[in-house]
Design a protein around this ligand. Sequence first.
Ligand code: ADP
Ligand code: MG
Length: 220
Amino acid sequence: MPLIEAHELYRFYHNGDDETAALRGVSLQVGHGEIVAVTGPSGSGKSTLLSCLTGLEEPDGGYVIIAGERITRRSEAFRASIRATRLGILQQVPNLLAHLTVTENIELQMHLAGMANMNGIEMLLSTVDLRHRAYGYPNELSGGEAARAGLAVALAADPVLLVADEPTAEVDRKTESHLIEHFKKRRQAGKSTLVATHSDAMSGIADRVLRLRDGKVVHD
Ligand code: ADP
Ligand code: MG
């Protein structure tokens, strides 16, 4: 059984009389221990796809199953519990809570996932090269640091599936190679990673690359 499967996802946005077909029948599967990269030009639907897969947005057509449970058209509470216990999510705009330090943001995510043992935060911060900002608040971080802190939060509960939207867009080569090593370690441990990316190094380690254009898969 795949960890996540999407069937024929459609998503339309409306602005007055204008309609944008952001997703036009996209299907995909990610198995246990797989790294799948989603590539494609800006505006091709990558972020919309990831939002629909994680239940942050409802598709207008099609459905998503995570670990055997359909999350599409279920209650927000149900989707939130699947997200907290199964998924790590990094959105393009990192969702850090402003009144919590980086470490507290990570601890909160661990708490939401029901983790009793909150060790490993230092290791996590090393992975994203952010140990020096452990007690910083989000508004004290640079764009790149905020992106890395968001990634540390997404990885906090060691999720079975990490869904990350352009995680290396604002990081340097060194951090990118640390992340790539981390994603490979996750794969060895049987954990799955779905990543939207423009980085050739990142798609280079993927088991499969799904290329989007105008809301459709052009190459899998
Ligand atoms: P990508 O992540 O590949 O750059 P997106 O999924 O962000 O692409 O966007 C796909 C298309 O949907 C684009 O044409 C974008 O302008 C449009 N779009 C995305 N989000 C919205 C929104 N909230 N409202 C209106 N249009 C949107
Ligand atoms: Mg995007």
